[in-house]
Design a protein around this ligand. Structure first.
Ligand SMILES: [Zn+2]
Length: 136
């Protein structure tokens, strides 16, 4: 993640925007429309490694992404997940939940296999970026 968070595209995601403390990346699995990861720019494994100011900047980035996704896709709720047991570089999954999602099922950010076409994915990246930069 250190090496690739800033790249325009990788096997799993596409860069939406460079933020103050992080990079926002739209995930290729769009089973949950708008699912985006917010990846800390510098390397850290745990939240407690960040200064209060850095922590505030990271969560402000997460909230900014979440607001844009909510405006655009109208989820019932955002799950805001900091995990990292598979990739110990601080990142947050902004994982929209929709009507019809089972609220009692275990959260699985890999569930489903909805993949947009390259054009559709690019359009969605642009849509989210535009909403973040220009508001509703
Ligand atoms: Zn790292």
């Amino acid at each position: 993640m250190c090496a690739g968070a800033h790249l325009p595209a990788d096997d799993h995601s596409d860069l939406v925007l460079e933020l103050r403390a992080s990079y926002a990346r739209l995930q290729r699995n769009q089973t949950h429309p708008g699912y985006t990861a917010v990846i800390l720019k510098r390397h850290a494994c745990e939240l407690y490694e960040l200064s209060p100011a850095a922590l505030g900047a990271f969560w402000a980035d997460v909230a900014w992404v979440g607001a844009a996704i909510t405006d655009l896709f109208q989820p019932v709720k955002l799950d805001t997940l900091v995990m990292g047991h598979r990739c110990p570089h601080l990142h947050c999954h902004v994982f929209p939940r929709y009507e019809g999602d089972d609220p009692f099922a275990p959260i699985d950010v890999t569930e489903g296999a909805v993949r947009l076409t390259v054009t559709e994915q690019g359009d969605r990246v642009a849509l989210i970026r535009d909403r973040m930069l220009n508001g509703a």
